[in-house]
Each structure stands twice: as structure tokens, then as C-alpha cells.
Design a protein around this ligand. Structure first.
Ligand SMILES: NC(=O)c1ccc[n+]([C@@H]2O[C@H](COP(=O)([O-])OP(=O)(O)OC[C@H]3O[C@@H](n4cnc5c(N)ncnc54)[C@H](O)[C@@H]3O)[C@@H](O)[C@H]2O)c1
Length: 269
């Protein structure tokens, strides 16, 4: 009989994952999924108390966890995160660039400060944190980077979040280039493109775009957008976390440079 090597249990045993923006939402779900699959996890976020709560939840799976309160948008913050990860648990095998922000602002009202803040957190920080972590992965010839892009980086969505859309297109572009830069070492670099995922970020969009700009009732904008999703519902943080777990794991050993949609079928390219 032919051998089938399908390591579905303890997929990430002995691995160390760093998850940014892990205090809540998608980042928290990712940290818990990776822990459940056997990984030790360093969780970083601006919110020190909430990030500690995620770390406690990781430990409940019997895994080691380090919590870091730091800002990915600054060089000092990124170095503090990597230093805490290395000294707390050890070298990093999986990097999930998840920290991100949204802002609703009409294109002609957008300031340079709005643009710089958005690109600084959502795009520049993803590249420079990857730049801190990838050389060690290449040296060890093992590792996986997964970044949070968005459907907004591919499709024309949200005229009032142009800079967000640009930042996510930048994540897709840097994923493809970085993937090729390190491919010979076996290190993989991918990103995911979620659609509407039920988190605080979507509640902010509902408040700022739905209620403030369009004058809709609370929740009405979300309902309108969900009505356009072929699978007929919003995604959950867990829907995204399962795909990231797959990409982080040996199950995806032959995938790199990809931008995977998690949109309930909303976009198909
Ligand atoms: N929710 C969605 O529909 C959706 C869709 C596509 C992509 N995404 C992306 O997924 C990622 C997570 O989104 P979410 O919906 O869970 O959002 P969220 O707002 O619930 O969580 C984001 C987390 O990132 C942290 N963070 C923000 N700026 C930071 C910084 N400078 N340094 C460190 N931490 C920082 C926040 O404190 C927060 O805990 C983001 O990159 C977002 O753009 C979300």
C-alpha cells in the first residue's frame, strides 16, 4: 500500500508562532487555533491587558505563551516584540502579521497623516517585522509567514477607505515578492484575503460608514453587505484562523506566494 503522510494531529507540535494584534478578533482566534494544534505562541498587541488574556487562554491548551504590549508601527516596538519572543520562547517558526486598523474617511478629505498612519501599521510594519524575522527562518531553513491582507486589496470595495485598500494591496504584493526572495530556503510566505468577518473592525465600519456617513440604522450596512455574500453569512474569526492554521502547517508545504480568499465566495480571483 502507498504511504500517506497526513499529519493532522498535533500539526504544529514543537513550533513557536508570533501573532501580532492578538488581543482580540481574528488575531486572538489565530493564537488559540495555533496553540490547539500544538504551537507555543507569542502574542503582541497595543492592548497589554487583553493580550495577556489571550496568552492565558493559550496556556490553557498546555502551551507556552508570551504576551507583549507593543506597537508594530515603530521600529522600537517591532524589535521589542521579536526580543520578547526570542527570550521568552525561542526562535520563531511561524509569523502571523495580523495587527491592522481601518479608518473611514472620504478620499478628498484624507490627510497625509491619515495615509501615513494607515500605511505605517497595515503595510510598512508587515514588511519590517517580516524583515526582522525572516533571516532566522532562512538560516534554519524552516518557517512560514502569513499576513492579513483583505478582499479590499483585490476588489474595488469601500470608497471611503482608499488608504486601507492600498495598504492591503501592498501586503499582497510584498507577500509575492518575499515568497520568491526566500523560496530556495524552503521558507514560505503567504497571505489571506478575508471578506466580511464579524469583529470589532466591522462594528467600527458600521458606525462610521453605515451610521455616520450613510445615516443607516445600527447593523444595517453589515446586513446589506452580508446579503451579497454567496454563502449567506458573515465570516467568523475562526473561519479565518482555520485557513491560517492550514497555511502555517506542513499541509501547505507546497504553497507559497499565495493570496487566499476567505470571503464566503464574494470574490473568486
Ligand atoms: N474584520 C474583517 O472583516 C477583516 C477583513 C479583512 C481583513 N481583516 C484584517 O484582519 C486583521 C485583524 O482584524 P480584526 O477584524 O480582528 O480587527 P480588530 O480591530 O478586532 O483587531 C485588531 C487588533 O490589532 C491591534 N493593533 C492595531 N494596531 C496595532 C499596532 N500598531 N500595534 C499592535 N497591535 C495593533 C488592535 O489593538 C487589535 O487588538 C487586520 O489586519 C484587518 O485589516 C479584517
Amino acid at each position: 500500500m502507498d504511504a500517506v503522510n497526513l499529519p493532522v494531529g498535533n500539526l504544529l507540535a514543537g513550533q513557536h508562532a508570533l501573532v501580532t494584534g492578538g488581543a482580540r478578533g481574528i488575531g486572538r482566534a489565530v493564537a488559540l487555533h495555533l496553540a490547539q494544534a500544538g504551537a507555543d505562541v507569542t502574542v503582541a498587541d497595543l492592548r497589554p491587558e487583553d493580550v495577556e488574556s489571550t496568552a492565558r487562554a493559550v496556556r490553557q491548551f498546555g502551551r507556552r505563551a508570551t504576551a507583549v504590549g507593543a506597537d508594530v508601527a515603530t521600529d522600537a516596538g517591532r524589535r521589542a516584540i521579536v526580543e520578547a519572543a526570542n527570550s521568552g520562547i525561542g526562535s520563531i517558526d511561524i509569523l502571523v502579521n495580523n495587527a491592522g486598523i481601518i479608518q473611514i474617511v472620504e478620499p478628498f478629505a484624507m490627510t497625509e497623516a491619515d495615509w501615513d498612519r494607515m500605511l505605517g501599521i497595515n503595510a510598512k510594519a508587515v514588511f519590517f517585522l517580516s524583515q526582522l524575522v525572516l533571516p532566522g527562518m532562512v538560516e534554519r531553513r524552516r518557517g512560514s509567514v502569513i499576513s492579513l491582507a483583505s478582499m479590499a486589496g483585490k476588489a474595488a470595495t469601500g470608497v471611503n477607505s482608499l488608504h486601507y485598500n492600498v495598504s492591503k494591496a501592498a501586503v499582497i504584493a510584498m507577500t509575492k515578492t518575499l515568497a520568491h526572495a526566500v523560496a530556495k530556503s524552503g521558507v514560505r510566505v503567504n497571505c489571506v484575503c478575508p471578506g466580511i468577518i464579524d469583529t470589532e473592525m466591522w462594528r467600527q465600519i458600521d458606525r462610521e460608514q453605515g451610521q455616520r456617513i450613510l445615516g443607516l440604522a445600527e447593523g444595517a450596512l453589515i446586513d446589506q453587505r452580508i446579503a451579497q455574500v454567496p454563502l449567506g453569512r458573515a465570516g467568523t474569526p475562526e473561519d479565518v484562523a482555520r485557513v491560517i492554521l492550514f497555511l502555517a502547517s506542513p499541509l501547505a508545504d507546497y504553497m507559497t506566494g499565495q493570496a487566499i480568499n476567505i470571503t464566503g465566495g464574494t470574490i473568486t480571483y
